[in-house]
Design a protein around this ligand. Structure first.
Ligand code: MG
Length: 127
């Protein structure tokens, strides 16, 4: 099964996404910040990353940049509820850093799931 890495500092959203993708039979790992996520990304064969943008320690934009350094063709989905910039502003930056899909919170599981399927379509490992 493809492995999805879910990154969000909000435990409610993180657990909701982990449960939803488990139910779709994916392997799922969770991280509450970018540093933990990068440790996982370095050691596990992650197929798709789904990351929040506003997080303590290491925020999503910097995390996406690091993912790209480690794996230039990483599949990345970013989402944001906003901060000092409008969510739209952060998501544009995320996109310029190489996130293939960006979404504003609240997240639709269905839309997210379609994005994951699309990104996996260009991977070797499929459902
Ligand atoms: Mg957050």
């Amino acid at each position: 099964m493809p492995l999805i890495l879910i990154i969000d500092d909000d435990p409610m959203i993180r657990e909701m996404l982990i449960t939803a993708f488990h139910q779709e039979n994916y392997d799922v790992m969770g991280a509450d910040n970018g540093k933990t996520a990068l440790d996982i990304f370095r050691t596990e064969d992650v197929d798709v990353v789904i990351t929040d943008i506003i997080m303590p320690d290491m925020e999503g934009i910097e995390t996406i940049r690091e993912f790209r350094k480690i794996k230039p063709d990483a599949k990345i989905i970013a989402f944001s509820g906003g901060g000092s910039l409008a969510p739209d502003g952060y998501l544009k930056i995320a996109s310029s850093m190489g996130a293939q899909y960006t979404f504003q919170k609240p997240i639709s599981i269905k839309v997210l799931s379609e994005a994951v399927k699309d990104l996996l379509g260009s991977c070797k490992k499929k459902l």
